[in-house]
Design a protein around this ligand. Sequence first.
Ligand code: PHB
Length: 390
Amino acid sequence: MHHRRHLTALAALATLALSTFAGSASAQEKIKVGFMLPYTGTYAALGVAIENGFRQYIDEQGGKLAGKTVEYVKVDDESDPAKAADNANKLVKRDNVDVMVGTVHSGVVMAMAKVAKDNNTLLIIPNAGANVVTGPLCAPNIFRSSFSNWQPGFAMGKVAADKKYKTAVTLTWKYAAGDESVGGFKEGFEAGGGKVVKELTLPFPNVEFQALLTEIASIKPDVVYTFFAGGGAVKLVKDFAAAGLKDKIALVGPGFLTDGTLEAQGKDAEGLLTTLHYADDLTNKKDQAFTLQYAKTYKLQPDVYAVQGYDAAQMLAAGVNAVKGDLKNRDGLVKGIEAAKIDSPRGAFTLSKAHNPVQDIYLRKVVGKENKNQGVAVQALADPARGCKM
Ligand code: PHB
């Protein structure tokens, strides 16, 4: 009898010790973030800015979310859709990441979305605007901190129509981002009475613009709407000016045309009008603190990509905090992100049912080395999320 009670007490002690041990082990668990971003090629600077912004937010939290240390693994996706499934599978199956953060290129993100769905891995997209991932491919485990390709395009279509431009030529890389950006522009422009008279394209990441610029010079539209980003945007703006078109035909686009590129574009970018969910001279408190810290840490002015990386981390934090670090509570985590109001440097935003930011789109004008806010072109713009059943 005595003996048995002793044993029971021992067993209870052992259980206690075990659970205490398990408790401290889980408190030491980490959150593994897998960056899948371009670190080489025409979008390399965009990938770096996204990672910088993401790390900045996590560092501001002392490197932890809900008590768990955030650790990182990363893969260079080279903006190559052909390698995308393999790269995403590496992060999910070999590295066992808790969340994938990526990417820039719309063609690459589509493969990531499929891998995320197949494995029920959380995916936060810090740039790629592919309409389908918050459209027909929308899913509880897929979120975006950036924009849909439709959003800034639609806003610029409206601006161009309001300016009474009648004819437009579009010029872009031939892939989802370019096609969908032009689609948004066309919708806004033609609803306002304009007409897209010619759609010109070249393969990604080709930058041989000469023949296309010659064709534009002969068509003489009121406005050219163009989607390029990173190194390609630098080249297009310089070539457009060198071809003698800058003072003859208005050149507009989504803000990627002049974001993170102004040092390299110099005076050839002066005066360009673009639409985007960020500008360089916003006056909200969050942007001022963000910009100051970013400049201090990275010795660089932040751009829209850095903001999107920062906000991807804020979204992850909203989910992780909602479940107090219990990543197995996926429903709670998803609800936490869905309910969040993100205090972004762009201005606060919420997420649509399809998990895409509902946000103001600014009209910006290049003045010197800044994209200066000219006012809100479209307020609280939500992507139509056509085809999303969620
Ligand atoms: C895209 O491929 O979705 C994309 C790439 C670069 C940008 C914007 C969109 O700046």
